[in-house]
Ligand binder design. Structure first.
Ligand SMILES: [Zn+2]
Length: 337
């Protein structure tokens, strides 16, 4: 079955490449040729699941059709039936609209000018409702904040939560925050971001910070075994150049970490798909992650030591023979497109 599927996928790609155009250029060519709209089906390698990304057309609508329906349209067309479809599309292009970050704070008492941050993004793609990308991250951080505010109302360091806007267009909310708030970023004790699905946190990387093993190890040691037991750590790890908002902080050398989840087939089933909906949320996992986050934030706030930002010597890339470089800071897009 897998062989057949791979062969069909290859044949489909070949069909597109026979036009001499890639998917993006093909959409524009159809638009320029007077098409009323473009119907696509971008299969996500999961049963009945399509990826939903931006349209490649500029004026005419691009419509996602579910795999089963697309397959039928394809077969009807191939056998010369010339199917006609009727489309009702209520979406409107609104031009440039403002985006925003949502922040909340619990002021520190002993070191109010040092910060521990919780982080997730508030925007999502419109194929589903963004349940696992990144509502689960957002509710983990909201719930951790609720716990902290209740049982730890007077933290040593200031606790901040950032729910970022425009992450999906290039980490714009968090990059803008990093540009605008050097006084916070320079005094960041640690940041914890969660943004890869509903699963229990299973991996934490030191992001290339040489001494991360020491402080993260210290903080994790206070997390109950039933939560910590499944977490694999990698130190010093390598710094992420993108992927989610923690990378905006890592780029300027601030200790920011990804609380990385078990996948639950995130890549195939919910990430940027028409199936990223509420019913996919595993609330037991989300609860687990909220507890973990609250404990890590508490430990980072209480730690008598300020975290080290010393960077590890990055490895030599075996293919290029060059030493890896720390990712560069990239500017937020503040104007839209
Ligand atoms: Zn995301």
């Amino acid at each position: 079955m897998k062989k057949e599927r791979d062969a069909q996928t290859t044949a489909w790609r070949k069909r597109i490449s026979n036009t001499g155009l890639n998917a993006k250029a093909l959409a524009l060519a159809l638009e320029n040729a007077g098409a009323a709209g473009v119907v696509i089906c971008n299969w996500s390698s999961g049963f009945g699941v399509n990826k939903i990304f931006g349209a490649n057309t500029t004026k005419i609508p691009t419509i996602d059709v579910a795999l089963e329906d697309y397959g039928m349209l394809y077969r009807l067309t191939e056998s010369g039936v010339k199917p006609v479809i009727s489309v009702r599309a209520d979406s409107k292009e609104l031009g440039k609209v403002p985006t925003f970050n949502t922040l909340a704070e619990i002021k520190g008492t002993e070191k109010p000018n040092e910060y521990v941050m919780l982080s997730a993004h508030f925007d999502s793609w419109d194929g589903g409702t963004g349940a696992t990308d990144n509502a689960t991250g957002t509710i983990v951080m909201m719930e951790a904040m609720r716990i902290l505010r209740k049982i730890y109302p007077n933290p040593k360091r200031t606790i901040l939560v950032g729910h970022w806007g425009s992450e999906e267009q290039g980490l714009n909310g968090s990059r803008a925050f990093v540009e605008d708030h050097a006084e916070i970023v320079d005094n960041l004790q640690a940041l914890f971001n969660q943004d890869n699905g509903t699963g229990r946190v299973a991996n934490i990387s030191g992001q290339g910070f040489l001494h991360a093993y020491s402080y993260i190890g210290r903080w994790l040691s206070k997390v109950p075994q039933e939560i910590r037991g499944e977490i694999e750590t990698s130190f010093p790890g390598s710094p992420s150049g993108g992927g989610s908002d923690y990378a905006s902080f890592v780029a300027v050398g601030a200790p920011a970490f990804s609380l990385s989840s078990k996948s639950w087939s995130y890549g195939n089933y919910t990430w940027h798909t028409n199936r990223d909906t509420y019913d996919k949320i595993v609330f037991d996992d989300v609860r687990n992650n909220a507890i973990l986050t609250a404990i890590l934030v508490y430990m980072a706030c209480e730690d008598p030591e300020k975290t080290s930002r010393e960077k590890a010597v990055l490895p030599i890339n075996s293919r290029s023979g060059k030493q890896a470089e720390w990712p560069a800071q990239r500017k937020a897009n503040r104007t839209g497109n």
